[in-house]
Design a protein. Sequence first.
Length: 189
Amino acid sequence: MTQTPDESETPTGEGESDGEIFLGSDSEEASASDIELPPTQVGKPVQGEVDLEASKQARTTPLQDAKGEIEGEEAEMIKKCLGEVPPEGCELVFQYTPTQPGPYAGELTLTLADGSTVTAAIHGEATEGPTSDTGPTTSEPTTDEPTTDEPTTDEPTTDEPTTDEPTTDEPVTTGPPTPAEDETPAPQT
């Protein structure tokens, strides 16, 4: 999505917004851009900031409610901007915590005092590990070759002959000496 100079230069307080919603008026149709959330990790909350704009020419119907639903879960509304939206606009803020990696989608629905609604699509993506600017990262190797020194068969893979001797430097203690094969054992009393 390419931004027009008006969208990229609009001050939004702490940073650039993730989407914009124009609430409309009696003479102007309401409209909404898609809300693109920044990438996050599974289990870490991501915050969506949406600029609400009111008509500068005509009176805008007050905002009665705002709800967000993403992947069947309700997004936490942090700042709803309920009531009269001032001509300079208002920032609506919500939060969502993804539970699985991959892209996710949902929608933000604003209900106006006259019962009409304005809906904006929400899109985002969650990763398993830390996010990076170099592209996707995976913890699994992408080749079929084994990457460990563990044997892949049931046969031993050591180069040394196997012995029953201990491999420690401690002295070995065994039971009483066993008689040689040609000696007869001493009778026990």
